[in-house]
Design a protein around this ligand. Structure first.
Ligand code: R5P
Length: 296
């Protein structure tokens, strides 16, 4: 049986360490460095031939740097004879998994191609934006759900009165519906449209049964906060008592957090696929449980 090791990449040092601890596996001795001009370097200080390495590296901002560090490490490890499983808690570019407008590149397809060329043999991610994206990879891929961890956190740490769980759009509604079922609250869906050129979000003002209730807006990603802000404004206008936002990947770029607070979103919670002050729901158990099931 091949020896297993974990490499905690610079974007996921804490999460990688925690996964290694839960699996009872040693951490690989390696160094990542970024030069003043922005170039990255990877140095491997261990022998990995014939070993299986779980390379944990999330690809949040700076996206291309984190992605390239993953590529550098995977290429080096595989050239030295390791079997590389890329564990990418937040998989960047997953939203561009098709040509939405004529001429657009399928960025996730390029990521898949890069990973394969760099020797990645399996990919494990958390709640990929859409399962369809996995079809772009020509090696085994797995998307682990963080929804049970988010539900457990909400049950143990947050108090709501007459909770209603809302999906801001159709795309992510299955994930949000699963949250509602596990949490034991009614589920509603808003209709969001996004201008494919400007990216601007609009929510259709359907009449919703939210008066006096606490609304939990559940989405896979919060990036600029535009989606959750529009959803929160829509439900508050209809008399909701409180709006909370829960997501898997809390990117919170630019002034996202301030803008959500202004839009009366009182509670903001994310998992730790991306590190951050609101990113408190730990996915290391979910990842470790899945990695345990993989054959070497
Ligand atoms: C899009 O379909 C995703 O599920 C999210 O709703 C979106 O990425 C959130 O982005 P933002 O916070 O910038 O509106």
């Amino acid at each position: 049986m091949a020896e297993k090791l974990v490499l905690a990449g610079p974007a996921s040092e804490e999460l990688g360490r925690s996964v290694a601890e839960k699996l009872g596996l040693p951490l690989l001795n390696a160094e990542f460095r970024v030069f003043p001009d922005g170039e990255s370097k990877f140095t491997l200080n261990d022998k990995v031939s014939g070993k299986s390495v779980f390379l944990v590296q999330s690809t949040y901002k700076p996206v291309d740097q984190h992605l390239f560090q993953l590529i550098l490490a995977s290429h080096h490890l595989s050239e030295d004879g390791a079997k590389v499983t890329a564990v990418v808690p937040y998989l960047a570019y997953a939203r561009q998994d098709k040509e939405f407008l004529p001429g657009e590149g399928v960025s996730l397809g390029t990521v898949a191609h890069l990973m394969r060329s760099a020797g990645v043999r399996r990919l494990v991610t958390v709640d990929i934006h859409s399962a369809e994206g996995l079809a772009l990879f020509s090696f085994p891929t797995y998307s682990v759900s963080a929804i049970p961890s988010l539900v457990a956190y909400a049950r143990d740490n947050l108090e709501f009165k007459d909770p209603v769980v809302i999906s801001p759009d159709f795309g992510g509604s299955k994930r949000t519906e699963a949250f509602a079922q596990l949490y034991g609250a009614p589920f509603l869906r808003l209709s969001k449209t996004r201008d494919k050129k400007s990216g601007e979000v609009a929510i259709q003002e359907d009449v919703l049964d939210v008066k006096g209730k606490d609304v939990l807006i559940v989405d896979d990603i919060i990036s600029t906060g535009g989606t959750v802000r529009a959803a929160s404004e829509a439900v508050m206008k209809q008399g909701a008592r409180h709006a909370a936002a829960l997501c898997v990947h809390g990117l919170f770029v630019g002034g996202a957090l301030e803008s959500l607070e202004k839009a009366s979103v009182k509670t903001i919670v994310s998992t730790n696929t991306v590190p951050g002050a609101h990113n408190v729901v730990d996915v290391s158990d979910a990842l470790a449980s899945h990695l345990r099931t993989l054959e070497e």
